[in-house]
Design a protein around this ligand. Structure first.
Ligand SMILES: [Zn+2]
Length: 69
Protein backbone atom coordinates (compact mmCIF):
# COMPACT_ATOMS: atom_id res chain seq x y z
CA UNK A 1 0.00 0.00 0.00
CA UNK A 2 1.57 3.26 -1.16
CA UNK A 3 -0.41 5.24 1.42
CA UNK A 4 0.92 3.19 4.32
CA UNK A 5 4.42 3.48 2.92
CA UNK A 6 4.15 7.28 2.81
CA UNK A 7 2.90 7.31 6.40
CA UNK A 8 5.80 5.16 7.51
CA UNK A 9 8.30 7.37 5.72
CA UNK A 10 7.05 10.86 6.53
CA UNK A 11 4.49 10.26 9.27
CA UNK A 12 0.72 10.23 9.53
CA UNK A 13 -1.55 13.13 8.61
CA UNK A 14 -3.68 14.19 11.57
CA UNK A 15 -7.27 14.86 10.49
CA UNK A 16 -7.93 17.95 12.62
CA UNK A 17 -11.45 18.43 11.30
CA UNK A 18 -12.66 15.11 12.78
CA UNK A 19 -11.12 15.19 16.24
CA UNK A 20 -13.26 13.78 19.06
CA UNK A 21 -12.74 13.11 22.76
CA UNK A 22 -13.05 9.68 24.40
CA UNK A 23 -13.23 11.11 27.95
CA UNK A 24 -9.44 10.88 28.39
CA UNK A 25 -7.68 11.88 25.19
CA UNK A 26 -8.34 13.43 21.82
CA UNK A 27 -8.70 10.97 18.98
CA UNK A 28 -8.85 11.06 15.20
CA UNK A 29 -7.73 9.08 12.19
CA UNK A 30 -4.87 9.53 9.78
CA UNK A 31 -6.25 11.37 6.76
CA UNK A 32 -4.05 9.30 4.45
CA UNK A 33 -4.18 5.71 5.70
CA UNK A 34 -7.16 5.94 8.06
CA UNK A 35 -5.47 4.35 11.04
CA UNK A 36 -6.79 5.48 14.45
CA UNK A 37 -4.65 8.05 16.26
CA UNK A 38 -4.55 9.43 19.78
CA UNK A 39 -3.03 12.60 21.24
CA UNK A 40 -0.95 11.99 24.34
CA UNK A 41 1.42 14.29 26.21
CA UNK A 42 4.06 13.99 23.47
CA UNK A 43 1.62 14.71 20.63
CA UNK A 44 -0.25 12.67 18.07
CA UNK A 45 0.65 9.02 17.58
CA UNK A 46 -1.05 5.85 16.42
CA UNK A 47 -3.68 4.41 18.76
CA UNK A 48 -2.20 1.30 20.36
CA UNK A 49 -4.91 -1.08 21.67
CA UNK A 50 -2.41 -2.93 23.88
CA UNK A 51 -1.32 0.30 25.54
CA UNK A 52 -4.43 2.47 25.32
CA UNK A 53 -7.22 0.06 26.30
CA UNK A 54 -6.47 0.28 30.02
CA UNK A 55 -9.04 3.05 30.48
CA UNK A 56 -12.83 2.83 29.96
CA UNK A 57 -12.70 5.04 26.90
CA UNK A 58 -15.91 6.09 25.21
CA UNK A 59 -16.38 4.74 21.68
CA UNK A 60 -16.47 7.07 18.70
CA UNK A 61 -19.73 9.11 18.58
CA UNK A 62 -20.70 7.41 15.32
CA UNK A 63 -20.30 4.00 16.95
CA UNK A 64 -22.52 5.12 19.82
CA UNK A 65 -25.20 6.17 17.34
CA UNK A 66 -24.95 2.79 15.61
CA UNK A 67 -25.46 0.98 18.92
CA UNK A 68 -28.53 3.06 19.76
CA UNK A 69 -30.15 2.54 16.36
ZN1 LIG B 1 -1.28 7.34 8.08
Amino acid sequence: MIKNLLCRLIGHVVDRTHVWNDNYDYRTNCRRCGQPMIRDVAGWRLFDPARDSDLPRKPHPNDRDAEAA
